[in-house]
Design a protein around this ligand. Structure first.
Ligand code: NDP
Ligand code: PYC
Length: 339
């Protein structure tokens, strides 16, 4: 039987998100920043990081973990580096406060970095790299999470689900964007399988005894696997180093310890990088952009799809028709404010 759904406009999703967060004491500026990202996630049918995330946001608020009125502090570290201390608020407002500086610096000196420290982080990274690409820059973003993922060949979790996202600007078109967890899937996907009473594919996780499992509940009690064996595992380690150790912030294992059993969304840092094709390419910049287009064409012309194509198609549909939310999720979100 088809799942019952509720049709909401994007404006309704945004308002539902703002109202829920403000109801729980979130400062309006934070609620607006967070809700833009949640609405974008739902709009692009990224179900693990759309409205569903409100449940974990409210959980973190109820457990008194997140600073609801944190004022992010922007520090101009050097010509190339901007740091934003999120002061233990959610990450989105801190990103909003730092991104213009990142973009300005990359335009001036060709390459720049934004380190966001001390933030509670639950969102997808593509809205951030898309923002960088909208300024004509290539963008890279990465962040740790909680140590849920075993290194390839090991048995004990070390890494987070550690997402990495990249965007390349394409004038007049959507950018080329990928954004994925370095685990076989995002933890949120496993949680959604549990909600839907569905099995997970083998290769995503191990149970608490270290055996492969198709049961999402057992997977969440056990450990997750990296994507691509030793390759995803090494990428995940790089993210721990670059978006944790390098920027003086927590690794996934530290974040897990900091959580102290509360099981709320992870708290750590994020690293974002921006590169100017104009500055790097110099006299060859225009031909570099043309070669990039030729490569994209050689992918799509053989029937293969670009990452984010599904998302951009979903975006067009949602802008025209609104989004379909599972009724059970809609009820759970309304229940967050006692409705
Ligand atoms: P997916 O495996 O669903 O997708 C990963 C990427 O691959 C997307 O860019 C997707 O594009 C692309 N893709 C999928 N199938 C194809 C295909 N056949 N051909 C070309 N490209 C394809 O993502 P994950 O489950 O790994 O992660 C989901 C989200 O979770 C991410 O946005 C990530 O940032 C977020 N996350 C956040 C964390 C945090 O700590 N904040 C932790 C972990 C994950 P498309 O979307 O168009 O399908
Ligand atoms: O889905 O793995 C995940 C995740 C972790 C933190 C936010 N999302």
């Amino acid at each position: 039987m088809a799942e019952a759904t509720v049709n909401l406009s994007l404006a309704q999703v945004h308002q539902l998100s703002v109202d829920t967060l403000v109801h729980h004491g979130m400062a309006l500026e934070h609620a607006e920043s967070i809700s833009r990202v949640i609405t974008a996630g739902q709009r692009d049918e990224c179900n693990s990081h759309g409205l569903y995330r409100l449940i974990s946001c409210v959980d973190a608020i109820r457990k008194g973990k997140v600073v609801l009125d944190a004022v992010p502090e922007v520090e101009d570290v050097s010509l190339a580096i901007t740091r934003v201390d999120a002061k233990f608020g959610f990450s989105q407002l801190a990103f909003d406060r730092g991104v213009e500086s990142l973009i300005d610096k990359a335009h001036v000196i060709g390459i720049a970095a934004l380190a966001v420290n001390n933030c509670y982080h639950f969102s997808a990274l593509w809205p951030e790299v898309e923002r960088i690409a909208s300024a004509g820059l290539a963008g890279l973003a990465m962040t740790p999470s909680h140590s849920w993922v075993v290194p390839a060949g090991g048995t004990k979790p070390v890494y987070g689900t550690n997402p990495i996202a990249f965007a390349w600007p394409r004038p007049g078109m959507h950018p080329y964007v990928f954004d994925f967890a370095t685990s076989a899937t995002a933890r949120g996907e496993i949680e959604l399988h549990r909600r839907a009473g569905k099995k997970i594919p083998l290769g995503w996780a191990l149970d608490a005894n270290g055996l492969p499992t198709e049961d999402p509940e057992e997977a969440l009690k056990g450990a997750m696997l990296a994507f691509g064996g030793h390759k995803g595992s090494a990428l995940s380690a790089m993210i721990e180093l670059m978006a944790g150790a390098l920027i003086g912030d927590m690794l996934s294992s530290d974040s897990q310890e900091f959580d102290d059993g509360a099981k709320v969304t992870p708290c750590h840092g994020e690293l974002l990088l921006a590169f100017s094709p104009k500055m790097f390419g110099g006299a060859g910049a225009a031909s570099g952009m043309e070669r990039a287009e030729a490569m994209f064409n050689s992918i799509t012309s053989q029937g293969a799809r670009l990452p984010s194509q599904r998302r951009f198609e979903a975006r067009n549909r949602s802008i025209d028709n609104g989004v379909l939310i599972p009724e059970a999720l809609y009820k759970d979100v309304l229940a967050l404010t006692g409705r």
